[in-house]
Design a protein around this ligand. Structure first.
Ligand SMILES: [Zn+2]
Length: 81
């Protein structure tokens, strides 16, 4: 007879909502990107859209963070030196 598997503990404590960080969001506004060290690669053509920034919650022109390049220490994927 198999014992019931232990109930999985939720990773997120509902009482303590996790603050979104640059690592947990996809679409962010230019302000948040710059505040986190993101730079728009010169000459790039990005797909932007209006929406609510996942970081600051403001309605702004958003673009995916993967359209930016980031300082190496952030380990986001696209880096600049
Ligand atoms: Zn923002």
């Amino acid at each position: 007879m198999k014992s019931k598997p232990a109930k999985k503990e939720p990773k997120v404590d509902p009482k303590q909502p996790v603050k979104p960080t640059i690592h947990t969001v996809d679409d962010i506004c230019c302000k948040c990107a710059e505040a986190n060290g993101g730079k728009m690669p010169p000459g790039s053509c990005n797909t932007m859209h209006e929406g609510k920034c996942e970081l600051c919650g403001e309605t702004a022109t958003l673009t995916t963070k993967h359209d930016y390049v980031w300082p190496k220490k952030l380990k986001i994927g696209y880096v600049w030196d």
